[in-house]
Ligand binder design. Structure first.
Ligand code: PMP
Length: 401
């Protein structure tokens, strides 16, 4: 028998399965709202003009292809930390953030998981929201952490279960690790308000917990990178010393370039040096050192002030188009005479909307109307365009009323 005779067939990835079904559908006006990637108003993948310019600069510089250091391209990681924490943040000014380049946001989460598994002195359980990005559970489990949940989404209000969330945080064993989506919560699009974040920070402090921020959408939620970093920066101003996973997949549209960063806020520069040394020891046997091309592009955008201004405008452009599509979808549903309250479509934020549609209704959307999205009722608003929004609203109206 083959050595692999006992390897069982695994289930397909939930989201990639949707793309398969979408591809196989011959409907001329089929709509794919499964994938979490930005599309322009023609439904096409979008390469930011600032990225094109930055890439041209990188290519024209004819740099060599030598290895980066274990923690990546330093001009990139320094700029990434400034973007997240703010250049005037004491943690930046006092040089106490340990930062490493990562294989996009997923890789950052994985390094974080592995670091906590190795060094976190408290209980090695990480609490993630219900629901959370589907990969969080797998990433942290495979890093050797236990994964538990806290309440987050209230399906009756299609909003935040704020009381439940705070209560669960307070009831976690002292010193637990808490994963927080910094902004544009995936999959629900439901974020705490700034006041609610203040209370969440207090609850995390009261429990002596350790906050781990996942910031995969900085700038993408509101169109303003500083505003989207509010939660992270507020926690720091309250004396927390969190760790952070950053992704440049969405806000720079660098999906396949895999550009990200993982950082840990330390007590001092001396502590930062020790942490840095251990991150290197952890990364070296994982993948040795990260790829340079995407990080060089991001570095140009973050460090060249003209390109940076241009990029911020383009991020806002993407965020605004999404906000506009939310409004159009709601408006079209109301015009059709839907009696449901669709205000959550416009109050939610970021790339996704949690429609509140059931798995059966989502199934019907796919089978009868060739509209594809995940069974949990999540739709990628980035896949909606001026041309397909009417047909989408009609399909939703017909399955839900
Ligand atoms: N965290 C969250 C919440 C996400 O939605 C995503 C992207 N879907 C990621 C992390 C990581 O994505 P990537 O590895 O492509 O940066």
């Amino acid at each position: 028998a083959s050595v692999w005779a006992k390897v069982p067939q695994g289930p397909p990835d939930a989201i990639l399965g949707i793309t398969e079904a979408y591809k196989a559908d011959s409907h001329p006006e089929k709509i794919n709202l499964g994938v979490g990637a930005y599309r322009d108003d023609k439904g096409k993948p979008y390469v930011l003009p600032s990225v094109r310019s930055a890439e041209k600069k990188v290519v024209d510089a004819a740099l060599n292809k030598e290895y980066a250091g274990i923690t990546g391209v330093p001009e990139f990681t320094k700029a990434a930390a400034r973007l997240a924490y703010g250049s005037d943040s004491p943690v930046i000014q006092e040089d106490r953030v340990a930062v490493t380049q990562s294989i996009s946001g997923t890789g950052a989460l994985r390094i974080g998981g592995a670091f906590l598994e190795r060094f976190y002195p408290g209980g090695k359980t990480i609490y993630i929201p219900t629901p959370s990005w589907a990969n969080h559970n797998a990433v942290f489990k495979d890093s050797g952490l236990r994964v538990e949940k806290y309440r987050y989404y209230n399906k009756d209000t299609i909003g935040l279960d704020f009381e439940g969330m705070v209560e669960d945080i307070k009831n976690m064993p002292k010193g637990s690790i808490v994963l927080l989506h910094a902004c544009a919560h995936n999959p629900t699009g439901v974020d705490p308000t700034e006041d609610q974040w203040r209370s969440i920070s207090d609850a995390v402090k009261e429990g002596g917990h350790y906050p781990f921020f996942d910031m995969a959408y900085q700038g993408f939620a509101s169109g303003d990178t500083a505003k989207d970093a509010f939660a992270l920066r507020h926690f720091i101003s309250e004396g927390h010393r969190p760790c952070l996973a950053q992704s440049f997949a969405k806000n720079m549209g660098l999906y396949g370039e895999r550009v990200g960063a993982f950082s840990i806020v330390c007590e001092s520069t001396e502590e930062k040096k020790r942490i840095d040394s251990q991150i290197k020891i952890l990364v070296r046997p994982l993948y040795s050192n990260p790829p340079v091309h995407g990080a060089r592009i991001a570095s140009e955008i973050l460090n060249d002030s003209a390109l940076n201004q241009q990029w911020l405008g383009e991020v806002k452009g993407m965020a605004d188009r999404i906000i506009k599509m939310r409004a159009l979808l709601k408006e079209n549903l109301e015009k059709l005479g839907s009696k449901h309250d669709w205000s959550h479509i416009t109050s939610q934020i970021g790339m996704f909307a949690y429609t509140g549609l059931t798995a059966e209704q989502m199934d019907k959307l796919a089978k009868e109307y060739s509209v594809y999205a995940t069974k949990d009722g999540r739709i990628s608003v980035a896949g909606i365009t001026s041309d397909n929004v009417r047909r989408l609203a009609e399909a939703i109206y017909k399955v839900k009323g």
